[in-house]
Design a protein around this ligand. Structure first.
Ligand code: GUN
Length: 297
């Protein structure tokens, strides 16, 4: 019997918990955390993400602001805006929506963010702290994966986690999180990627398989051990004439054929996806607590 991991419900639970904490903060500190999101250009997908982040803040009683800049904004103008929010203590989180237009260096912009406000967890200081096991704001999607494992009481201690994909946003951070000698981690971690001659040699060994490749239905039933836990981080658009939009969203895992072999599996949509914004709100809350020295947590 496989258990479907309901990321939508877990994300709603987390947002509910944070809403209560924000209400409590409002009554004791007369203040709430604030998140500023910066969007450069008018990529419709990015705009939709930014709007849903702001809406999620509003729903839990967090302050939020969206800065929408034209696609012609110079790198220096963006760096100046980041600096302004670094110095503005009514905002505890700064998120610059990626991708940025080609003429702006994403690395430079990420490095300009005060690491204490780095709610994406992309700053090299945050990445370094994660790797050496120090307190850090953790990148939202991989942190969402770890939180799902925790909330479904899926043991990781001594288990073999195989991560497929080595991106800086998911593969590398999720591997580092689960590797730490901590509760909810302490796993034996393998990262594999496109250079593997036969990737199934790795995936078949996984007690917990994390797919973050970005290829629709890449993980097939033959690649998965009986009883494995499968976490699908992929969100891919595939053409589907039966849908009004002309496409549907599928993960990196061939859900239909893989799920009967698993003990737990995340669906797409409704698995890892909804966790990203929930963890962003949590990071903003944590950044606030650390910056203001509030004891509430
Ligand atoms: N673009 C797509 N996902 C993300 C994300 O998690 N953070 C930022 N900053 N940009 C993104």
């Amino acid at each position: 019997m496989t258990t479907l991991i309901d990321g939508k419900k877990v994300a709603a639970d987390i947002r509910g918990e944070l809403k209560k904490k924000c209400e409590m903060l409002k009554s004791v500190a007369f203040d709430v955390p604030g998140l500023v999101t910066i969007l450069v250009g008018n990529n419709p997908a990015s705009e939709a993400y930014v709007n849903s982040k702001a809406k999620a803040c509003d729903e839990i009683g967090m302050r939020s602001k969206v800065e929408k800049l034209s696609a012609e904004t110079s790198e220096q103008e963006l760096l100046d805006l980041v600096k302004k929010y670094n110095e503005d203590y009514s905002y505890h989180g700064i998120l610059v929506q990626l991708p940025l237009p080609k003429h702006i260096s994403e690395d430079k912009v990420i490095e300009a963010i005060d690491p204490r406000k780095d709610v994406d967890g992309f700053h090299p200081v945050s990445v370094g702290n994660l790797v050496i096991g120090k307190d850090a704001l953790l990148p939202c999607t991989p942190h969402g994966v770890v939180e799902l494992l925790k909330r479904y009481k899926i043991p990781t201690d001594g288990k073999h986690v195989v991560v497929v994909g080595r991106s800086n946003i998911v593969g590398k951070p999720v591997a580092n999180m689960l590797l730490q000698k901590k509760e909810g981690a302490n796993a034996i971690v393998t990262i594999c990627h496109s250079a593997a001659k036969d990737i199934s040699l790795f995936t078949k060994q996984a007690d917990i398989l994390i797919a973050a490749i970005g290829k629709p239905n890449f993980i097939t039933a033959e690649m998965v051990k009986d009883g494995a836990v499968v976490i699908d981080v992929g969100i891919n658009r595939v053409e589907d004439a039966s849908q009004k939009k002309g496409y549907k969203l599928v993960g990196d895992v061939d859900f239909e054929n893989v799920s009967p072999k698993t003990s737990f599996i995340t669906p797409v949509p409704g698995g890892v996806g909804p966790m990203t914004i929930a963890m962003l709100l949590q990071n903003t809350f944590l950044a606030y607590i650390k910056m203001t020295n509030q004891k509430l947590n």
